[in-house]
Design a protein around this ligand. Sequence first.
Ligand code: HEC
Ligand code: HEC
Length: 216
Amino acid sequence: MEMWQSSKHGQLFASAQTKEQAPTCVTCHMPSGTHDTGLGLTLGNVGNGSVIEPEKPVVKMRIITAQEAERQRKLMIQTCLPCHSSRFATENLEKADAIKKEADAVLGEAVKIITQLESEGLLQRKTTPADMAHGRKPEPVAKASLVLGADQVYDGLSEIEQRFYEMFKLHHASTFKGAYHQNPMFTHNEGFLHLKKDLTYIQNQAAELRRRAKER
Ligand code: HEC
Ligand code: HEC
């Protein structure tokens, strides 16, 4: 809602209050009165949980075929055509696709670092003395000791995992959802800027954990 409101489309709607000039949610997501709000979404209904082939997911995500993505994209572009050329709309959405991929890549860097730390035994979840004695407690649903992404819990984690949670849930999502809603403020200031800060924090923490491990 906020992404749309502060985008050019939302600002225009706020000043003109007419759907003839500025698209609202319904223009793009419920065209011709459809109630299928997933219509035209290449990433499906839960955007932070999918990638389009041939991209490989860096955490657990749905994989959507290139044909399905293309089919959905054509439907979305139809909604832009009353106001924009198909070239303008296509190019803009392709830019957003590129931003989504770049955001996935930053996330992937963090996953690599955290997975490596875990395999070196540097990411113990030290909530109780018993945990410390027996190593890491398995995550209750996934039954794995390290869970990153959609199934991740947000408490009882090491600082580095907690930061990843914010990275995935908030900053990764703001980056690409901002881009798909033509909102550079969300894409950058609320999104990519923080993604890069998260990655830097994780890199620094990793170095610090290794330094401390050497001292032990
Ligand atoms: C100009 C067209 C346009 C408008 C207006 C618009 N959206 Fe979107 N929306 C998109 C596009 C494009 C995507 C990404 C589609 C894809 O996955 O390829 C998207 C994706 C989404 C998603 C899926 C991402 C996710 O979290 O799973 C949601 C939810 C959403 N929009 C909600 C809204 C809401 C609520 C509004 C109004 C406040 C709105 N949109 C206005 C074009 C629009
Ligand atoms: C009801 C008309 C309408 C529809 C539908 C619409 N737009 Fe727009 N859009 C506008 C208007 C008007 C502007 C402002 C043009 C200007 O700046 O002169 C705009 C601006 C934009 C901008 C420029 C944003 C900026 O910050 O400069 C992009 C990108 C854009 N639209 C993409 C899309 C895409 C993609 C779709 C379809 C998913 C879409 N629009 C659907 C009317 C529409």
